[in-house]
Design a protein around this ligand. Structure first.
Ligand code: GUN
Length: 282
């Protein structure tokens, strides 16, 4: 069994991003907005700031109080949409319950939507045009590519149907000619379906969901989840030890998909800066 080393590949991608950044007339700029004080979101936002420093980006952080109104948030986004030195705008999800994520996402200029959450970018991605890639699914594909794992002709099973991970993950695998099944909380015979998978991607957020008996001998298993176990330690959906006895490739948690998601955000921000600066140069 080979560990899919997301941490290592993410470091490589960030080093490459730094080199490409050095060739730009103006360095990429990322604005990160955090509303409220969710501790997990705070950790993610701190990570993004550190990534920006490593890549040589300019970054701004907006830590807004929980009581921020929809109007105030939309006004900040509009200001950032108009700023020349900001190439990417990221609003950390989930938002407090009184805010409407759909409206917030649609307020971000599609040109600066480095999360690839805006319907225009989602539509472009679903129809296969080049542009932003959603960070987590894009990171999974980069990891598969790095290890020479070609999804073509394979049975791929995706657990979870979120807009952020499950749905776009299925589309990217389909684009690479896998035969894709999406499973969710109402899927009967989950074990049977998972056992068919040559590539199994779990993005549910349920510790211990993927057990050894759900995995085919030699399968590639990718664990997207970031859960906490009963001791408060970070873990995924996959029973790592049991599955490591059957899988050919397996991602660890932490050190697998998480760092890849962050590296892809940096790639999207660089891409946006390159595109916007070429545009400015005419
Ligand atoms: N919350 C969890 N994952 C993400 C992500 O990729 N982007 C944003 N904006 N919020 C998140």
């Amino acid at each position: 069994m080979t560990i899919l080393d997301g941490k290592g590949l993410a470091a490589k991608l960030k080093a490459q991003t730094r080199e490409e950044t050095a060739r730009l007339p103006r360095r990429p700029g990322l604005a990160v907005i955090l509303v409220g004080d969710d501790p997990a979101s705070r950790v993610y936002v701190n990570g993004k700031k550190k990534d920006c420093e490593e890549c040589g980006f300019y970054s701004e952080e907006y830590a807004l109080p929980e009581a921020t109104s929809q109007q105030e948030l939309l006004e900040l986004i509009r200001t950032l949409n108009d700023r020349d030195n900001i190439d990417g705008i990221l609003v950390q999800m989930p938002l407090p319950r009184h805010l409407l994520p759909r409206e917030v996402i649609q307020a971000i200029s599609p040109e600066k939507d480095v999360d690839c959450f805006h319907p225009q970018n989602v539509g472009a991605m679903f129809t296969g045009s080049a542009g932003f890639l959603p960070c987590t699914p894009g990171g999974v594909m980069a990891l598969l590519d790095e290890y020479g794992i070609d999804p073509a002709g394979k049975q791929a099973v995706v657990l979870g149907r979120s807009n952020i991970v499950g749905k776009p993950m299925a589309v990217l695998l389909l684009d690479r000619n896998a035969t894709v099944t999406i499973c969710h909380s109402k899927t009967p015979n989950l074990t049977e379906i998972c056992r068919q998978a040559d590539i199994l991607v779990s993005a549910v957020g349920k510790t211990g969901l993927v057990t050894g008996d759900m995995v085919k001998e030699g399968a590639v298993v990718v664990d997207v989840a970031m859960n906490r176990d009963e001791n408060g330690r970070l873990c995924g959906d996959v029973d790592f030890l049991a599955v490591s006895r059957k899988a050919s490739y397996l991602t660890p948690v932490p050190g697998g998909v998480g760092p890849m998601t962050r590296a892809m955000l940096m790639r999207n921000t660089l891409f946006s800066a390159q595109r916007r600066q070429n545009f400015e140069k005419g």
